[in-house]
Design a protein around this ligand. Structure first.
Ligand code: ZN
Length: 301
Protein backbone atom coordinates (compact mmCIF):
# COMPACT_ATOMS: atom_id res chain seq x y z
CA UNK A 1 0.00 0.00 0.00
CA UNK A 2 2.80 2.36 0.89
CA UNK A 3 4.57 1.79 -2.40
CA UNK A 4 1.33 2.38 -4.28
CA UNK A 5 0.89 5.71 -2.53
CA UNK A 6 4.46 6.71 -3.34
CA UNK A 7 4.04 5.64 -6.93
CA UNK A 8 0.85 7.68 -7.30
CA UNK A 9 2.54 10.75 -5.91
CA UNK A 10 5.60 10.46 -8.10
CA UNK A 11 3.63 9.96 -11.27
CA UNK A 12 1.35 12.96 -10.68
CA UNK A 13 2.99 15.48 -8.35
CA UNK A 14 0.45 18.14 -7.37
CA UNK A 15 1.48 21.66 -8.26
CA UNK A 16 -1.53 23.35 -6.72
CA UNK A 17 -0.77 25.23 -3.53
CA UNK A 18 -3.14 25.56 -0.61
CA UNK A 19 -3.11 28.76 1.45
CA UNK A 20 -4.99 29.06 4.74
CA UNK A 21 -5.70 32.77 5.21
CA UNK A 22 -7.54 34.81 7.83
CA UNK A 23 -9.03 38.30 7.69
CA UNK A 24 -8.38 39.26 11.30
CA UNK A 25 -10.47 42.29 12.08
CA UNK A 26 -12.45 42.43 15.33
CA UNK A 27 -12.00 42.01 19.10
CA UNK A 28 -13.38 38.44 18.99
CA UNK A 29 -10.58 37.45 16.62
CA UNK A 30 -7.93 37.25 19.36
CA UNK A 31 -9.49 34.34 21.27
CA UNK A 32 -10.34 32.68 17.96
CA UNK A 33 -6.72 32.99 16.80
CA UNK A 34 -5.48 31.11 19.88
CA UNK A 35 -7.44 28.04 18.80
CA UNK A 36 -6.57 28.54 15.12
CA UNK A 37 -2.83 28.73 15.89
CA UNK A 38 -3.01 25.57 17.99
CA UNK A 39 -4.45 23.67 15.01
CA UNK A 40 -1.93 25.11 12.57
CA UNK A 41 0.95 24.03 14.77
CA UNK A 42 -0.49 20.54 15.15
CA UNK A 43 -0.87 20.19 11.36
CA UNK A 44 2.35 22.13 10.61
CA UNK A 45 0.18 24.13 8.27
CA UNK A 46 1.41 27.59 7.20
CA UNK A 47 -0.99 30.54 7.06
CA UNK A 48 -1.30 34.19 6.11
CA UNK A 49 -2.97 36.46 8.66
CA UNK A 50 -4.26 39.68 7.11
CA UNK A 51 -4.64 41.89 10.18
CA UNK A 52 -6.42 45.19 10.64
CA UNK A 53 -4.00 47.79 12.11
CA UNK A 54 -6.62 48.87 14.63
CA UNK A 55 -7.18 45.28 15.81
CA UNK A 56 -3.44 44.75 16.14
CA UNK A 57 -2.89 47.99 18.07
CA UNK A 58 -5.59 46.99 20.58
CA UNK A 59 -3.68 43.79 21.54
CA UNK A 60 -0.24 44.11 20.01
CA UNK A 61 1.75 42.14 22.61
CA UNK A 62 -0.75 39.28 22.52
CA UNK A 63 -0.75 39.08 18.73
CA UNK A 64 3.04 39.21 18.54
CA UNK A 65 3.31 36.34 21.02
CA UNK A 66 0.69 34.29 19.21
CA UNK A 67 1.64 34.80 15.56
CA UNK A 68 5.40 35.41 15.62
CA UNK A 69 6.20 32.02 14.14
CA UNK A 70 8.01 31.03 10.92
CA UNK A 71 4.85 29.16 9.87
CA UNK A 72 2.95 32.42 9.55
CA UNK A 73 3.01 35.40 7.23
CA UNK A 74 1.60 38.61 8.71
CA UNK A 75 0.05 40.92 6.13
CA UNK A 76 -2.27 43.93 6.26
CA UNK A 77 -6.06 44.14 6.14
CA UNK A 78 -5.83 48.01 6.05
CA UNK A 79 -5.93 50.10 9.23
CA UNK A 80 -9.66 50.26 9.93
CA UNK A 81 -11.53 48.46 7.13
CA UNK A 82 -12.52 51.60 5.17
CA UNK A 83 -13.38 50.96 1.52
CA UNK A 84 -10.54 51.50 -0.98
CA UNK A 85 -13.06 51.43 -3.83
CA UNK A 86 -16.84 51.14 -4.07
CA UNK A 87 -18.26 47.79 -2.97
CA UNK A 88 -21.92 46.94 -3.73
CA UNK A 89 -22.42 45.32 -0.33
CA UNK A 90 -19.97 47.06 2.01
CA UNK A 91 -20.29 50.71 0.97
CA UNK A 92 -18.66 53.61 -0.84
CA UNK A 93 -15.02 54.45 -1.28
CA UNK A 94 -13.49 56.92 1.23
CA UNK A 95 -11.51 60.06 0.31
CA UNK A 96 -8.02 59.82 -1.17
CA UNK A 97 -6.56 61.05 2.13
CA UNK A 98 -8.41 58.32 4.05
CA UNK A 99 -7.30 55.70 1.55
CA UNK A 100 -3.68 56.75 2.00
CA UNK A 101 -4.08 56.45 5.77
CA UNK A 102 -5.69 52.99 5.52
CA UNK A 103 -2.86 51.73 3.32
CA UNK A 104 0.13 53.29 5.09
CA UNK A 105 -1.01 53.02 8.72
CA UNK A 106 -2.10 49.41 8.26
CA UNK A 107 1.33 48.41 6.99
CA UNK A 108 3.12 50.47 9.64
CA UNK A 109 1.21 48.69 12.42
CA UNK A 110 2.18 45.21 11.19
CA UNK A 111 5.85 46.14 10.74
CA UNK A 112 6.08 47.91 14.10
CA UNK A 113 4.49 45.03 16.03
CA UNK A 114 6.18 42.11 14.24
CA UNK A 115 9.46 43.79 13.24
CA UNK A 116 9.43 42.18 9.82
CA UNK A 117 8.41 43.36 6.35
CA UNK A 118 4.72 43.35 5.45
CA UNK A 119 4.43 42.81 1.69
CA UNK A 120 0.72 42.05 1.22
CA UNK A 121 -2.50 44.04 1.42
CA UNK A 122 -6.00 42.61 1.51
CA UNK A 123 -8.47 45.52 1.45
CA UNK A 124 -11.63 45.31 3.59
CA UNK A 125 -14.38 43.31 1.78
CA UNK A 126 -12.45 43.13 -1.51
CA UNK A 127 -13.89 43.83 -4.96
CA UNK A 128 -15.23 42.08 -8.04
CA UNK A 129 -12.57 43.56 -10.32
CA UNK A 130 -9.58 43.79 -7.97
CA UNK A 131 -7.81 47.17 -8.43
CA UNK A 132 -8.23 47.08 -12.20
CA UNK A 133 -8.51 50.63 -13.57
CA UNK A 134 -7.47 52.23 -10.24
CA UNK A 135 -3.96 53.58 -10.94
CA UNK A 136 -4.17 56.20 -8.17
CA UNK A 137 -4.80 53.59 -5.49
CA UNK A 138 -2.17 51.30 -6.97
CA UNK A 139 0.31 54.18 -6.84
CA UNK A 140 -0.34 54.49 -3.09
CA UNK A 141 -0.03 50.73 -2.63
CA UNK A 142 3.32 50.77 -4.43
CA UNK A 143 4.55 53.88 -2.62
CA UNK A 144 3.78 52.19 0.72
CA UNK A 145 6.02 49.29 -0.33
CA UNK A 146 3.50 46.50 -0.76
CA UNK A 147 4.39 43.83 -3.32
CA UNK A 148 0.99 42.22 -3.73
CA UNK A 149 -2.69 42.91 -3.14
CA UNK A 150 -5.36 40.28 -2.49
CA UNK A 151 -8.40 42.25 -3.50
CA UNK A 152 -10.27 40.07 -5.99
CA UNK A 153 -12.66 38.42 -3.52
CA UNK A 154 -15.95 38.28 -5.46
CA UNK A 155 -17.30 36.78 -8.65
CA UNK A 156 -18.68 38.84 -11.52
CA UNK A 157 -21.21 41.56 -10.60
CA UNK A 158 -20.44 41.17 -6.87
CA UNK A 159 -21.60 37.57 -6.82
CA UNK A 160 -20.36 34.70 -4.67
CA UNK A 161 -18.52 32.46 -4.73
CA UNK A 162 -15.32 34.13 -5.89
CA UNK A 163 -14.06 31.86 -8.67
CA UNK A 164 -10.65 30.16 -8.76
CA UNK A 165 -8.91 33.12 -10.39
CA UNK A 166 -5.16 32.97 -10.95
CA UNK A 167 -2.54 35.60 -9.99
CA UNK A 168 -1.94 38.50 -12.38
CA UNK A 169 0.06 41.72 -12.32
CA UNK A 170 -1.05 45.32 -12.77
CA UNK A 171 1.01 45.96 -15.88
CA UNK A 172 -2.06 47.40 -17.67
CA UNK A 173 -2.32 50.11 -14.98
CA UNK A 174 1.41 50.84 -15.14
CA UNK A 175 2.47 48.73 -12.13
CA UNK A 176 3.96 45.57 -13.60
CA UNK A 177 5.83 44.71 -10.38
CA UNK A 178 2.67 44.75 -8.28
CA UNK A 179 0.79 41.45 -8.17
CA UNK A 180 -2.81 40.54 -7.47
CA UNK A 181 -3.22 37.24 -5.63
CA UNK A 182 -6.98 36.64 -5.37
CA UNK A 183 -9.02 34.88 -2.68
CA UNK A 184 -11.51 32.14 -3.59
CA UNK A 185 -14.88 30.78 -2.59
CA UNK A 186 -17.31 32.26 -0.11
CA UNK A 187 -16.76 34.88 2.53
CA UNK A 188 -17.47 32.09 5.06
CA UNK A 189 -19.39 34.43 7.38
CA UNK A 190 -22.08 34.73 4.69
CA UNK A 191 -22.41 30.93 4.43
CA UNK A 192 -23.63 31.02 8.04
CA UNK A 193 -25.66 34.25 7.91
CA UNK A 194 -23.27 35.77 10.46
CA UNK A 195 -23.90 39.25 9.04
CA UNK A 196 -27.66 38.68 9.59
CA UNK A 197 -28.39 39.61 6.01
CA UNK A 198 -30.84 36.74 5.54
CA UNK A 199 -31.48 35.70 1.95
CA UNK A 200 -29.69 38.06 -0.44
CA UNK A 201 -29.16 38.36 -4.19
CA UNK A 202 -25.65 36.90 -4.01
CA UNK A 203 -25.29 34.31 -6.76
CA UNK A 204 -24.94 34.76 -10.49
CA UNK A 205 -27.27 33.40 -13.16
CA UNK A 206 -26.42 31.35 -15.05
CA UNK A 207 -24.09 30.13 -12.31
CA UNK A 208 -20.52 29.56 -13.57
CA UNK A 209 -19.83 27.04 -10.75
CA UNK A 210 -23.20 25.64 -9.55
CA UNK A 211 -21.61 22.82 -7.52
CA UNK A 212 -20.13 25.48 -5.24
CA UNK A 213 -23.50 26.95 -4.25
CA UNK A 214 -25.01 25.12 -1.25
CA UNK A 215 -28.80 24.95 -1.02
CA UNK A 216 -28.99 26.49 2.46
CA UNK A 217 -26.94 28.15 5.20
CA UNK A 218 -24.28 25.89 6.72
CA UNK A 219 -25.37 24.37 10.02
CA UNK A 220 -22.38 22.22 10.96
CA UNK A 221 -18.58 22.19 10.46
CA UNK A 222 -19.12 19.22 8.15
CA UNK A 223 -21.50 21.29 5.96
CA UNK A 224 -18.81 23.94 5.64
CA UNK A 225 -16.11 21.41 4.85
CA UNK A 226 -18.25 19.98 2.05
CA UNK A 227 -18.37 23.44 0.45
CA UNK A 228 -14.59 23.87 0.89
CA UNK A 229 -13.93 20.51 -0.67
CA UNK A 230 -15.58 21.53 -3.95
CA UNK A 231 -12.99 24.32 -4.35
CA UNK A 232 -10.00 22.21 -3.32
CA UNK A 233 -10.98 19.41 -5.71
CA UNK A 234 -11.63 21.77 -8.61
CA UNK A 235 -8.34 23.67 -8.10
CA UNK A 236 -6.39 20.42 -8.16
CA UNK A 237 -8.28 18.96 -11.10
CA UNK A 238 -7.88 22.08 -13.24
CA UNK A 239 -4.23 22.51 -12.15
CA UNK A 240 -4.67 25.97 -10.67
CA UNK A 241 -1.52 27.48 -9.15
CA UNK A 242 -3.27 27.86 -5.81
CA UNK A 243 -6.52 27.85 -3.85
CA UNK A 244 -7.28 29.98 -0.78
CA UNK A 245 -10.64 30.41 0.94
CA UNK A 246 -11.82 33.64 2.60
CA UNK A 247 -11.97 33.08 6.37
CA UNK A 248 -12.55 35.30 9.41
CA UNK A 249 -11.45 34.16 12.90
CA UNK A 250 -14.44 35.80 14.68
CA UNK A 251 -16.92 34.02 12.42
CA UNK A 252 -15.14 30.66 12.48
CA UNK A 253 -15.12 30.69 16.31
CA UNK A 254 -18.76 31.72 16.60
CA UNK A 255 -19.84 28.81 14.40
CA UNK A 256 -17.30 26.15 15.38
CA UNK A 257 -15.30 27.01 18.53
CA UNK A 258 -13.32 23.75 18.35
CA UNK A 259 -12.32 24.56 14.73
CA UNK A 260 -13.32 21.13 13.54
CA UNK A 261 -13.75 22.54 10.02
CA UNK A 262 -10.08 23.52 9.99
CA UNK A 263 -9.02 19.99 10.92
CA UNK A 264 -11.23 18.48 8.21
CA UNK A 265 -10.01 20.95 5.58
CA UNK A 266 -6.29 20.69 6.42
CA UNK A 267 -6.40 16.89 6.56
CA UNK A 268 -8.16 16.82 3.20
CA UNK A 269 -5.77 19.32 1.58
CA UNK A 270 -2.86 17.11 2.62
CA UNK A 271 -4.67 13.94 1.61
CA UNK A 272 -5.19 15.09 -1.99
CA UNK A 273 -1.63 16.38 -2.18
CA UNK A 274 -2.05 20.17 -2.21
CA UNK A 275 1.14 22.02 -1.26
CA UNK A 276 0.75 24.14 1.90
CA UNK A 277 1.93 27.69 1.28
CA UNK A 278 1.50 31.37 2.25
CA UNK A 279 0.60 34.35 0.07
CA UNK A 280 4.16 35.69 0.52
CA UNK A 281 5.63 32.47 -0.87
CA UNK A 282 3.10 32.44 -3.71
CA UNK A 283 4.17 36.02 -4.52
CA UNK A 284 7.82 34.91 -4.69
CA UNK A 285 6.83 32.06 -6.97
CA UNK A 286 4.76 34.08 -9.44
CA UNK A 287 6.97 37.20 -9.52
CA UNK A 288 10.31 35.38 -9.56
CA UNK A 289 11.59 37.79 -6.89
CA UNK A 290 14.01 35.97 -4.60
CA UNK A 291 14.34 32.98 -6.91
CA UNK A 292 17.88 31.80 -7.83
CA UNK A 293 17.19 32.74 -11.46
CA UNK A 294 16.71 36.38 -10.53
CA UNK A 295 19.49 36.46 -7.92
CA UNK A 296 21.98 35.11 -10.46
CA UNK A 297 21.07 37.71 -13.02
CA UNK A 298 23.52 40.30 -11.72
CA UNK A 299 26.46 37.95 -11.41
CA UNK A 300 26.14 36.35 -14.84
CA UNK A 301 25.71 39.54 -16.88
ZN1 ZN B 1 -12.51 42.19 6.47
Amino acid sequence: MLSDLTKGRLSSPAKTRYIAAYDTESPACLTACRKIVEIHKRFEMPATFFILGRTLDANSAEYRKLLDDPLFEIASHTYSHQMLRDNDFCGSVVSMGERRKEIFKGKEAVERVFERPCIGLRPGCGFDNAFRGEPKVLALVQEAGFRYTSSLLWGADYSLPALLREPFNYDAEGFGDLWELPGHGWHENLLKDHNHWGPRRLTLWPPPFPQAIPGRFCKTPEDEFEVNRVFLDRALKTEKPFVSLIWHPWSLAKFDPDMKMLELTFAYARHIGLKPCTYARLYKHVSGVGSPRILNKGTTS
